[in-house]
Design a binder for this molecule. Structure first.
Ligand SMILES: Nc1nc2c([nH]c(=O)n2[C@@H]2O[C@H](COP(=O)(O)OP(=O)(O)OP(=O)(O)O)[C@@H](O)[C@H]2O)c(=O)[nH]1
Ligand SMILES: [Mg+2]
Length: 129
């Protein structure tokens, strides 16, 4: 049986040269690791609309615009993901963890000192380019 492929909208939210990261809860896939906020893209939803919905739900910010940064297809063994990563520099609101998740703003250069899912290494490389 083929593994399910999940399309995910991921936001690299940047403000004053810092990036917003959140901690995944223990029970989630890749739980306990840091992530860039985002989530699954629903059927008939654009990447931007999915990201806008997820960032409002998870961190209470409203994104105004976003630009494509990178797409990463990764096989975790139990699950294949296609991460559509958008760079967000234009948003309204102050980020807070609406799902009780720890959240922090990190200098770009410090990102690699946090533990992320494997696929995120390529995202961090793209941010630093
Ligand atoms: N949001 C997010 N997901 C990531 C990142 N890196 C990464 O491999 N993923 C994977 O993408 C998949 C979907 O993301 P998600 O769990 O946030 O989806 P969601 O918000 O719709 O959550 P839910 O199904 O837990 O309610 C997960 O399997 C997760 O492990 C990342 O930086 N951010
Ligand atoms: Mg999510």
């Amino acid at each position: 049986m083929s593994k399910k492929q999940v399309n995910v909208a991921v936001g690299v939210v940047e403000h004053h040269n810092q990036i917003l990261i959140c901690k995944r809860s223990a029970e989630q896939h890749q739980g306990g690791l840091w992530e860039f906020p985002g989530g699954k893209i629903e059927q008939d939803e654009s990447v931007f609309d999915a990201l806008k919905r997820e960032l409002k739900e998870e961190v209470d910010i409203t994104i105004q615009s976003a630009t494509p940064l990178i797409t990463i297809d990764h096989d975790y063994g139990d699950k294949c993901v296609s991460l559509k990563v958008l760079l967000v520099q234009d948003f309204i609101g102050e980020a807070k963890g609406l799902e009780g998740q720890p959240l922090c703003w990190v200098d770009k250069q410090q990102l690699s000192t946090y533990e992320f899912p494997e696929a995120n290494k390529q995202i961090i490389a793209a941010i630093l380019k």
